[in-house]
Design a protein around this ligand. Structure first.
Ligand SMILES: [Zn+2]
Length: 138
């Protein structure tokens, strides 16, 4: 992958460096600290915006919030799904949710508390077996 991006100050594609910077966030009255990554043009030091950084920072923000309020993080949701050997769509159907629901939460979207509970029930061996049985009865 190219590590060049168009710098609006140089008006040209330039290499960039990435710096991690502390960030104070407030969502719905909940505040916490995290780190964001910012990119700067190697030539002039001006701020540049490679497309992958926005996603990274969004995830830092959403996962920071999830941790702070005691919800499963995106990675924890992914781990639970992998532990059960299911694809995102399979897990969504297992919980009778829309096909794209799990994919959304694994990429940052903040889940409802009720959905968070469902995911913890999938994580727990006993309740996982019960849901599995209930789904087989159809
Ligand atoms: Zn520049």
């Amino acid at each position: 992958m190219s590590n060049k991006v168009v710098c609006m100050y140089c008006d040209h594609e330039e290499e960039y460096i990435i710096k991690e910077e502390p960030q104070h966030i407030c969502i719905n009255g909940v505040d916490f600290d995290t780190t964001f990554k910012y990119a700067y043009c190697k030539k002039c030091g001006g701020d540049v915006y490679p497309s992958n950084l926005g996603r990274y920072n969004d995830l830092q923000m959403f996962d920071g919030y999830k941790k702070r309020v005691g919800l499963l993080t995106s990675d924890q949701i992914k781990d639970i799904r992998k532990k059960r050997g299911m694809s995102q769509v399979e897990l969504a159907r297992f919980l009778r949710l829309g096909d794209k629901t799990i994919a959304r939460y694994e990429t940052g979207t903040i889940q409802e508390k009720s959905l968070d509970l469902l995911l913890r029930l999938v994580d727990n061996d006993e309740s996982y077996q019960i849901i599995k049985k209930l789904n087989q009865k159809k």
